[in-house]
Design a protein around this ligand. Structure first.
Ligand code: ATP
Length: 308
């Protein structure tokens, strides 16, 4: 039996590895909306992330060779800090995430993207993607148990680890209210989870994956206050000790960010902390003013008055 178990175990491992990359791709296609045709260099090294410092160095990028989606963008995400991207639709926020995930390579002379000083074009895609966790706006779940959906973040996770991740992601109590707890099927053929619940499952899954770098795309739809609070708490757990770049639609996250980058027409036009930006009285300040006068949340960037 032991002789059989080894190969079977290995098969299971291979199956899960292949399946994992399909799911990651599926999730990312949903988030990032683009296929990748990047090829690793023959001499590419595996990326080894020590600090998780990210740098965009004078990055210019065009999808079609005519209009520029990013134009001379430079910024740093210092190790273990949280950086938020804001800006109107089409300003280049998703393009920054897509480039960091290396859906496209920069052309020579059009800037560099570095992680811990290493140019992304010089590392293998698999090692890069292993180092990055993604929490998309509308995560894709399997038609499987909620426990399986969380445990997927790490091969061989124990029930205790899954429960600890669900607790940190503020999802444990909700799961315990399901008829079969962690064994309850979710997805199209099971319990239908709300957008906020799916996002918390994705957060729990990413906690188990434990990547040093995070890409987050907040849901644009308005969430009720208690869901919003749960998600913020879950995100705080997730972001702790990691470098993160998030597309922000609500001020609750922006307020606590170490750095906010305001994008317009592919350029960083303002940057600073929340209070720096308000005192600049520029684009961010007027976005904020628009948002508080538009309390119905119908606008794409929902900005609420910061806590005193
Ligand atoms: P949103 O908030 O609406 O998601 P965004 O700030 O994320 O917008 P991007 O998606 O990064 O903006 O788009 C930046 C620019 O690049 C826009 O002018 C957009 O039209 C263009 N663009 C985005 N994706 C593609 C693509 N696949 N092919 C061609 N142009 C694209």
């Amino acid at each position: 039996l032991a002789q059989l178990y080894g190969p079977l175990n290995m098969l299971g491992y291979i199956y899960r590895s292949v399946n994992q990359s399909l799911v990651d791709t599926e999730k990312l296609l949903k988030l990032l909306n683009e296929p990748t045709d990047i090829v690793d260099r023959p001499d590419a090294d595996d990326l080894i992330v020590e600090d998780g410092e990210i740098e965009f160095d004078n990055v210019t990028f065009s999808y079609d060779g005519r209009s520029t989606a990013l134009n001379g963008v430079s910024f740093k995400v210092p190790k273990r800090s949280t950086v938020a991207l804001v800006g109107e639709s089409g300003s280049g926020k998703s393009t920054i995430l897509r480039l960091l995930y290396r859906f496209y390579d920069l052309k020579d002379g059009e800037g560099r993207i570095l992680i811990d000083g290493k140019d992304l074009r010089d590392v293998t895609q698999s090692s890069l993607r292993k180092a990055i966790g993604v929490v998309p706006q509308d995560p894709v779940l399997f038609n499987a148990s909620v426990g399986y959906n969380i445990g997927y973040g790490k091969f061989g996770s124990s029930a205790e680890e899954i429960e600890a991740a669900a607790k940190a992601a503020q999802m444990h109590d909700r799961i315990m209210s399901f008829p079969d707890g962690y064994d309850t099927k979710v997805g199209e053929r099971g319990v239908r989870l709300s957008g906020g619940e799916k996002q918390r499952v994705a957060i729990a899954r990413t906690l188990l994956k434990n990547p040093p770098i995070l890409l987050l795309d907040e849901a644009t739809s308005a969430l009720d206050t208690s869901t919003e609070k749960d998600i913020q708490k879950a995100l705080q757990h997730l972001m702790e000790g990691r470098s993160s770049l998030s597309i922000a639609h609500r001020l609750s996250t922006i307020r606590s960010a170490d750095l906010i980058l305001v994008l317009k027409d592919g350029q960083v036009v303002e940057q600073g902390t929340f209070s720096d930006l308000l005192s600049m009285n520029g684009i961010f300040a007027s976005m904020w003013a628009d948002q508080i006068s538009n309390e119905d949340g119908s606008s794409s960037v929902q900005v609420k008055e910061p806590a005193a």
